[in-house]
Ligand binder design. Structure first.
Ligand code: DAT
Ligand code: MG
Length: 135
């Protein structure tokens, strides 16, 4: 069953020149790019995107970081796209939870700078895609 998920190459990934690497892994997995945009987001969008974390101690820094420069937002489509991209990304902590062979496991060292976002459920994907790609 085909579904869509929201992927972000966060500002650290753009600064480090890893956009092509991430897109290449998405395509090699067999997923496709439905929509793609380079943009710098306002705080309101970042706060809405990460609303589930608003009471966490790192929320302010997370919003600062995600609004700190251009990022690439991608609507990714394909069979089990939500789980498939989470698997490509690896766990949130790029050292403790992401194995080599994943995007975070191969290219990141710190939780705050873990390069990519992927929706974590069908509900999150629907909410996030509406926020990032309203059309
Ligand atoms: P994920 O991005 O794997 O879905 P999450 O939704 O739990 O992880 O957290 C969102 C982002 O917040 C995560 O990619 C990086 C940041 N973050 C999570 N836990 C953190 C922590 N303990 N300290 C600093 N930043 C954190
Ligand atoms: Mg998450």
């Amino acid at each position: 069953m085909s579904e869509r998920t929201l992927v972000l190459v966060k500002p650290d990934g753009v600064k480090r020149g890893l956009v092509g690497e991430v897109i290449s892994r998405i395509e090699r997995k067999g997923l496709t790019l439905a929509q793609l945009e380079l943009r710098t987001v306002e705080r309101s969008v970042a706060e809405e995107h990460y609303a589930e974390h608003k009471d966490k101690p790192f929320f302010g820094e997370l919003v600062d970081f995600i609004t700190s420069g251009p990022l690439v937002a991608i609507a990714v489509e394909g069979t089990r796209a939500i789980s498939a991209f989470r698997q490509l990304a690896g766990g949130t902590d790029p050292v403790e939870k992401a194995t080599p062979g994943t995007i975070r496991g191969d290219f990141a060292l710190e939780v705050q700078y873990n390069l990519v976002h992927g929706s974590d459920s069908a509900e999150s994907a629907e909410r996030e895609l509406k926020l990032w790609f309203p059309n």
